[in-house]
Write a protein that binds this ligand. Structure first.
Ligand code: COA
Length: 185
């Protein structure tokens, strides 16, 4: 299924709140306690927090439209907006969600490819993300798209200390390879 990926702005904050909150609960409520879910959501999914994130010039949000329906969303961070490292040579995928009704239809693939293409076009060195170590489906999905585990960090979901695996995909090696071929001709 082919999607349209559109960048969103501050005027979309209410719909972003509804979409991101709903998709977070659908994905993770059955794996966590209601208190931990509510504690995390009460900080992350508010008009105030999301407005700040939307206003950050180094963060970009996108909706994936399937016909006229929002089938998923993506949040990308550059520079200091990255949740770790703040490496200007890197792009972080902070959030990637596909509505459960539309999963396994290559919408996630198109979103991750969009992020990879963007980072490659911008000549960044690598693209990275953190993923809960219990999220087997997402880990497999990222590995399928060339990401490798390179570390881990703690992540607090409410009062629950969880482990996020850090995964990255190098980008510049292929571009450098092409340059050196061009130079040697
Ligand atoms: C992880 C996530 C973004 C993937 O999105 P998706 O749209 O389901 O991804 P895709 O359809 O591109 O691929 C998913 C699987 O479907 C399978 N698939 C895709 N198209 C297929 C087809 N035509 N026939 C059969 N299988 C297919 C793929 O093999 C893929 O399997 P893999 O993950 O083992 O590689 C989505 O599952 C999601 O939103 N999960 C909840 C939130 C979450 O965990 N986000 C990540 C947080 S870090």
């Amino acid at each position: 299924m082919s999607i349209n990926i559109k960048q969103i702005g501050l005027s979309d904050v209410q719909i972003l709140l509804n979409v991101s909150r709903d998709m977070f609960f659908t994905a993770f409520a059955h794996l966590n306690t209601p208190d931990d879910m509510a504690a995390y959501a009460s900080k992350s999914f508010t008009i105030e927090t999301l407005s700040e994130e939307l206003a950050n010039p180094d963060s970009y949000f996108y909706f994936a439209y399937l016909n006229d329906e929002i089938a998923g969303y993506l949040k990308l961070n550059y520079n200091k907006a990255q949740t770790e490292f703040q490496d200007p040579e890197a792009l972080e995928i902070e959030r990637i969600y596909v509505d459960s009704r539309f999963q396994n239809q290559q919408i996630g693939k198109q979103l991750v490819q969009f992020a990879i293409d963007k980072a490659a076009t911008e000549n960044l060195t690598y693209i990275w993300l953190g993923v809960w170590d219990a999220n087997d489906k997402a880990i497999r999905f990222y590995e399928r798209h060339g990401f490798e585990i390179f570390g881990s960090h703690d992540f607090m979901l409410g009062s629950d200390k969880q482990t996020d695996l850090l995964m990255k995909k190098p980008l510049l090696a292929s571009l450098k390879g092409r340059d050196s071929i061009r130079l040697s001709v």
